[in-house]
Design a protein around this ligand. Sequence first.
Ligand SMILES: NC(=O)c1ccc[n+]([C@@H]2O[C@H](COP(=O)([O-])OP(=O)(O)OC[C@H]3O[C@@H](n4cnc5c(N)ncnc54)[C@H](O)[C@@H]3O)[C@@H](O)[C@H]2O)c1
Length: 313
Amino acid sequence: MEKIGIVGAGLIGSSWSAIFSSKGFDVVIYDSNKNVENEFKKRVETFLEELKFIDNKINIEDSLQNIKFVHDINYLSNNCTFIQDCSPEIIEIKQELFSKLDNSCPENVILSSSSSGMPISLITQNLKGKNRCIISHPVNPPHLIPCVEISPSLNTSDEVVNKTKDIFGKIGFSIIYVKKEIDGFILNRLQGALLNEAVKLYSEGYASADHIDSTVRNGLGLRWAFMGPFETIDLNAPGGIKDYMQRYGNMYLNMEKNNKILPDWSETNAIKLEKERREILSTDQLLKRAQKRNNMLKSLRKLKKDLNEEVIN
Ligand SMILES: NC(=O)c1ccc[n+]([C@@H]2O[C@H](COP(=O)([O-])OP(=O)(O)OC[C@H]3O[C@@H](n4cnc5c(N)ncnc54)[C@H](O)[C@@H]3O)[C@@H](O)[C@H]2O)c1
């Protein structure tokens, strides 16, 4: 078993810790802020309970025993074989961290980042150990959404790619392999396309924030838990995807050609959106709603399993 090092004990670091420890991996966790240890432990316990709902074989006590919180990052360099960065999405922090780890870890240690959108070559461009660096980007919350994007750079060795795939395979994750480096990888580019369009439709006054959300919540999203955009359109024309593309291709092409406005991500628009959202969900209810989201995800995972639709690739 690889020994997993995790840097950053926030939301994502806690979730990775719960996942790896529950699958029997030893996990060593480090955070530059010593005060986060208690909060981390509470979060990991909650996440393990959520994981147990999906897989009742998980033993929470044993999993917790597999996790060690340390206050010296060098402990990871000396003891771990796979290190997963979960530090904030700030390029300077990640560059400094990877440089420190590259200088202190033996050559066989894989350095991987949870970054949401930064290509690994940008983080590691000046390192001598570029070949052992890779992106393994999760979806939040990772312990309930078992999907990871693996994005190497041209410098990453095949051995590192294969070992990384193997590790995430062992924890039952579906792997999205990004063949060429691109900002935002696949997931956040797809999410970005939808978000950019939603922001445009809202700021140009075509529909309220809630009606735009409802289009996904009560419409498109019902299908998306089971199939992606290509399978969706494959089933939406009698002759399959080619038939769909012939029937509707021009409609989508014209929308794209006529799409000249940039989405309004300004503070003014954010304030307007915030006001509309807070009328629907007050600030003090945000956490409760996130907990309910996690409960709904747990039920959805169970349903997919029962329907034999939890296809891991
Ligand atoms: N939150 C999400 O939805 C999400 C989803 C996928 C990927 N990610 C990515 O995961 C990473 C972590 O995000 P998060 O949401 O867990 O952030 P977070 O703010 O919850 O946690 C970051 C943790 O890193 C610690 N930290 C800061 N600088 C550090 C350093 N130099 N060394 C060690 N620890 C340090 C902080 O004290 C904090 O505990 C980011 O790269 C983010 O883009 C986040």
